[in-house]
Design a protein around this ligand. Structure first.
Ligand SMILES: [Mn+2]
Length: 282
């Protein structure tokens, strides 16, 4: 039912906006409990379920979970349409079950969806692929459902900043944009143009291959010690890509996550020792 789906997304938008830990476009987590962090999911339902199972939020009241890049990838319909929006709806339901402890941060596939710009994955333009599947499922109501999806994605936080000086986001601005990146975007109201090139939400979610100098500069600017990102494909599910950077991926069978104890302060090397393969979770 289209209206049920639109209502779900609208509740998700409200939950993003009223998240108890939301400050501007950041989620700020205190030095209490822990946070489970996953990388890109891209429609990988089994790994989404494993992350949820591991987090077991019902029995761990001080545990948070950060998810990212839910859409674009995974199951397709008969004509090659991308069905990952179904997993997005389940992620919204999960957020509604634990509204202050499930935090879904904005990815570049989200910014592409918000601004209806092209985004390729394995040779396929994913906005068109997901749009065509939505058209088939929701027919006359598909434009309203698409609009509600874009509004939900737009309501997501850009990053999670933990009091223990850990930073979680989809990516960071690339080397050549680090000088001009407007870090004020985290504290002001987000505008649709922020998600378009060269807006700050675009730069934040699209950057790749950061030099150590860029990572050090951003660590100083954002006043954090360690970055936990997704976005860059990881054959082994994760890697340490700098003195202060861990990259995670959850979109294939070797996907990994990490749980960060928020009461302590950690280096990237210490967090690297805590990376867990999703295949070990049943
Ligand atoms: Mn990405």
């Amino acid at each position: 039912m289209p209206q049920t789906t639109i209502d779900l997304l609208n509740k998700g938008i409200a939950a993003n906006q009223t998240d108890r830990f939301r400050r501007g476009n950041l989620v700020r987590l205190p030095r209490k409990g822990s946070v489970v962090i996953g990388g890109d999911i891209h429609g990988h339902r089994r790994n989404f379920e494993r992350l949820i199972a591991y987090a077991d939020l019902a029995h761990h009241p001080d545990r948070h979970i950060v998810l990212q890049e839910i859409i674009h990838g995974g199951p397709e319909d008969d004509t090659g349409g991308c069905l990952s929006y179904q997993l997005l709806f389940d992620a919204v339901r999960f957020k509604l079950d634990h509204p202050d402890r499930v935090h879904i941060v904005m990815g570049n596939h989200d910014t592409a969806c918000i601004s209806s710009s092209e985004v390729m994955k394995n040779g396929k333009e994913m906005n068109r692929a997901m749009g065509s599947a939505l058209d088939r499922e929701f027919r006359h109501a598909s434009s309203e459902v698409k609009q509600a999806i874009r509004q939900f994605l737009f309501s997501q936080p850009l990053a999670v900043r933990c009091e223990n000086r850990t930073w979680i986001s989809h990516s960071l601005p690339a080397d050549r944009f680090v000088e001009t990146f407007d870090a004020g975007v985290f504290d002001r109201e987000l505008r649709p143009s922020d998600c378009e090139k060269p807006g700050p939400a675009y730069l934040l979610t699209w950057g790749r291959r950061h030099s150590q100098a860029t990572l050090d500069r951003l660590a100083q600017q954002l006043d954090v010690d360690v970055f936990l990102l997704g976005h860059q494909a990881q054959t082994h599910g994760w890697c340490q890509a700098g003195e202060n950077l861990i990259i995670l991926a959850c979109d294939h069978n070797h996907g990994c996550f990490v749980e960060v104890d928020l009461t302590g302060v950690w280096t990237a090397s210490e967090l690297a020792e805590r990376v867990v393969p999703l295949a070990s979770i049943h």
